[in-house]
Structure formats: structure tokens, C-alpha cells
Design a protein around this ligand. Structure first.
Ligand SMILES: Cc1ncc(COP(=O)(O)O)c(C=O)c1O
Length: 438
């Protein structure tokens, strides 16, 4: 008879036998570190973590939704049961209808169908599933330089590569995308390119929206370069609902006549409640089966109850009321942080930022000699002053464009206006200490 012995920590090396995936994942992602620090040190003003305004979280609307669900016992029982892998049908229908309205399409023009809509545990889960469905180790996703750093990290955690494309204050530059594809082809790597990632509304970290006249160009380029296989565009709408100025722009997705190139991902985290963890995606038909199969292995459906709550909130028009209120709150915060930056930042410094028209971030460029990284002098000085920011270097893809170390991302969502002003004042004291000006 064979004896099975328990693995023992005393056998050298045994505990180090992790998978390659675990090694690629590296240490704790920077987002987790910043979030943990924000929660652990309430006296520190966090302009770093991507949290939303705490006091405006929709307690009353969620309570009202509970009441509605509880009023009908069979509805309540169904809500507490497992759901389906693709998600709660009334929620998927409600989201699809919102998409149609957001893009100003008639029912006849809207060619998406509800079976292409998938609900996930936050849109991050969908981004992960898409990456799993599309990428083998060594494959490439083209991303703006800079881009949403959690996305960059998740691609790398799968052993795939992020290659940067230049951006400006109108988002990803189509000519630069074309040049990057051309370069990859010359290096025999075009077959490795599987997707282009773009957060098309109030990007994280820049707050910039992709210009209307670049949207069709992006789809045209993806089509034209899809030679031996399709190059998908992942259009991330995480911040589309949070517009404080100007008119909404039609999505990149509307330019995809085939319906097979653009994947849309969206989220209720920023516009309603991140605690509910409800995200969604509108997928080309070719990706439905693989993504649902992967999700089936992972969790066979995200929290059903949360989806029923959100469907109730949407169906009763409470979501729109909440978003209207949020827009007013964040609009005031944008004005506060921008005026604090104008008042407090040392005037002798060459600092640049654009006042965002939506989203939750201000992207600040400092003089090139100021390293904003966690091991640089500014970050330490900021921690000493009691303020946190996201160092810009995390937001740059690993290849393609240079990693720039003199940017930082400020998030204005969580602190109230007084703390926002105070946070910027602390940051400017840290800056003065580093450049030694008065
Ligand atoms: C651009 C972007 N996409 C996706 C997400 C993921 O959000 P969630 O998983 O909460 O839906 C975030 C979160 O900060 C984001 O900034």
C-alpha cells in the first residue's frame, strides 16, 4: 500500500513550485496596494485609489430595490438562486436598450441582440476573460501609451505583451497605430497582434475621450490589418455615463458595420456601486462561445442577486436619477481640483494638465527631471505630507513607446472638496520640497 504524505514546508523548494501564470502575475498589483493603503490610513488623503464618492453611494435606491424584490416571494426566491452564465435576462435587456439610446440609434439601426450581452463580476472580469479567450503567451495587445494600468497588468499576468501606441489630447493617434502595425509586420510579429484596447470615454488615466473623427479610422485600420486572423478592438466604456460637459459621442462600436470587430465592455462600478460588482460586455458572435465557456469554468454566472437589484434599479428609472446627481457632484469636484492645482502648484514649474470633461481623473505632466515613481523622491515626500497619487510609470505599456516617469494620476472622486483642496496643497508642498523652491 502506498502512503501519501502531506507536502511539507521543510522540503526545500516545494512551496516555490508555482505555475508560470503565478510567476507572470508577479507581486500584488499596484491597484491593490494603493487601495489597501487608502483604507488603512484614513488620515492620508488618497488621490490615488479609483474609489467612487463614498457618501453618494446609492443606499436608498438599493434599499428600495430590496423592498420591491422582497414584495414578491417567488421573485425573491429566484433572485437568491443561481443564475445563468450569461446573466439575468431583464438586466441584459435593460443594458442593451441603454446602449441603443446612448448611441442615438433607432431599434432598426441597432444590430446587436441580447444574446450577445454578457454580465460579469465587474468589467475587469470580462477584460480578463477576453484576454484568456484571445491571447496565448507572447501575443500582443496594442494599447494607448498611457492606458488603464490594471488592464496592462492583467495582460502581462497571462504572459502576453502590451505594446504602446502614441496618444495625444484626443486619444489614440490612428497614424501612430498604423505605424506600430507596420513596424510589427516588418519584424514578423503581425500574427501576434490580437487586439487593440481603447477606453474611448474619459480614459483612465488621462481623462481624454477618443475624438469623434478617430473612431471610424480605428475600425478601418483594425479591419485592414486583420489579414490572417481578426484583430479585435476592445472598447472600454467604464466612464461613459460620467460626462460633466459637452455632448455624448457615438461609440467606436457604431462604426463596426460587420459587428465582428468591436467588443464593448462596460461597468456599473463608477456610475452606481462598485460593491455590487456588476459589469457587462457586448460581444461579437465569434467570441460568445469561448468567453461563456471560460466563464462557465470560472463561476457559471456572476452574483445573481446583485444583477436582479441592478435590473430593478434600471427598470424603475432610478439609475438615471442617480447618475444625474453624481454628475453634479463630480462636476463640482473637477472644478475644485483644477482650481486647487492652479492655486497651489509652484508657478515656476512647467506643469501641464487638462481639465477633464468627465470620468474621475486628472493626468498631470511634471518637468521631465521629476521622477514620480514609488522609489523616487516625490512619492516619498508626498507620503510624508500625507497624500497619495498613482505614479504615471505604471500606466505605460511594456513595449513600443517609452515609459515616462514624470506623470502622475490624480483621482478626485473619493475625497470631499475640502480634502481635495488639502490633498493638492500637500502634493504641492511635496513638490516644493523636491524641487526646493518656495
Ligand atoms: C478604464 C477601466 N476599465 C475597467 C475598470 C474595471 O472596473 P470594474 O471591474 O469595477 O467594472 C476600471 C476600473 O477602475 C477602469 O478604470
Amino acid at each position: 500500500m502506498r502512503h501519501v504524505t502531506e507536502p511539507s514546508a521543510s522540503i526545500p523548494g516545494l512551496l516555490k513550485k508555482l505555475s508560470r501564470r503565478a510567476e507572470w502575475a508577479g507581486g500584488a498589483p499596484i491597484a491593490n496596494i494603493l487601495m489597501a493603503r487608502t483604507l488603512a490610513q484614513p488620515d492620508v488623503i488618497s488621490l490615488a485609489a479609483g474609489f467612487v464618492e463614498h457618501n453618494s453611494l446609492p443606499v436608498e435606491w438599493v434599499e428600495e430595490a430590496f423592498r420591491r424584490i422582497w414584495a414578491n416571494r417567488s421573485h425573491a426566491l429566484a433572485a437568491l438562486q443561481y443564475g445563468t452564465t450569461s446573466g439575468y435576462l431583464p438586466l441584459r435587456e435593460a443594458i442593451l436598450e441603454r446602449l441603443r439610446q446612448a448611441d442615438g440609434l433607432s431599434a432598426a439601426e441597432h444590430r446587436a441582440s441580447v444574446d450577445q450581452m454578457v454580465i460579469t463580476a465587474g468589467s475587469n472580469q470580462l477584460l480578463y476573460l477576453l484576454a484568456e479567450a484571445l491571447l496565448d503567451p507572447g501575443d500582443i495587445v496594442l494599447c494607448g501609451a498611457p492606458s488603464y494600468f490594471v488592464f496592462l497588468g492583467l495582460i502581462q499576468s497571462l504572459g502576453a505583451r502590451t505594446v504602446g501606441v502614441a496618444t495625444d489630447y484626443q486619444g489614440l493617434i490612428p497614424e501612430a497605430l498604423e505605424d506600430r502595425l507596420d513596424e510589427l509586420e516588418r519584424h514578423g510579429e503581425l500574427d501576434r497582434v490580437k487586439a487593440i484596447y481603447v477606453a474611448s470615454y474619459f480614459d483612465n488615466p488621462t481623462g481624454v475621450s477618443l475624438a469623434a473623427d478617430r473612431r471610424a479610422a480605428l475600425v478601418e485600420i483594425a479591419h485592414r490589418w486583420s489579414r490572417r486572423h481578426r484583430i479585435y478592438i476592445i472598447e472600454d466604456w467604464a466612464y461613459r455615463d460620467l460626462r460633466y460637459e459637452g455632448e455624448d459621442i457615438r461609440s467606436v462600436w457604431t462604426h463596426d458595420v460587420s459587428g465582428e470587430t468591436v467588443i464593448v465592455t462596460g461597468s456599473f462600478s463608477k456610475s452606481f456601486s462598485p460593491g455590487l460588482r456588476v459589469g457587462w460586455g457586448l460581444l461579437p458572435r465569434s467570441l460568445l462561445e469561448p468567453v461563456l465557456a471560460l466563464k462557465g469554468h470560472l463561476d457559471f454566472g456572476s452574483a445573481n442577486f446583485n444583477q436582479v437589484v441592478l435590473a430593478t434599479v434600471l427598470q424603475n428609472g432610478w439609475f438615471d436619477k442617480h447618475v444625474t446627481r453624481l454628475r453634479a457632484i463630480y462636476h463640482e469636484k473637477v472644478a475644485t481640483i483644477v482650481s486647487a492645482l492652479e492655486s497651489y502648484l509652484p508657478p515656476i514649474l512647467d506643469v501641464h494638465y487638462e481639465a477633464p470633461k468627465g470620468g474621475l481623473y486628472v493626468w498631470v505632466r511634471l518637468p521631465e527631471e521629476i521622477d514620480t515613481g514609488v522609489d523616487g523622491p516625490l512619492f516619498q515626500a508626498a507620503v510624508n505630507e500625507g497624500v497619495l497619487y498613482v505614479p504615471g510609470e505604471y500606466c505605460f505599456p511594456a513595449e513600443g513607446e517609452p515609459v515616462r516617469r514624470h506623470y502622475l494620476r490624480l483621482s478626485f472622486a473619493m475625497p470631499d472638496c475640502d480634502r481635495l483642496r488639502c490633498g493638492v496643497e500637500r502634493l504641492s508642498r511635496a513638490l516644493r520640497a523636491v524641487v526646493q523652491c518656495d
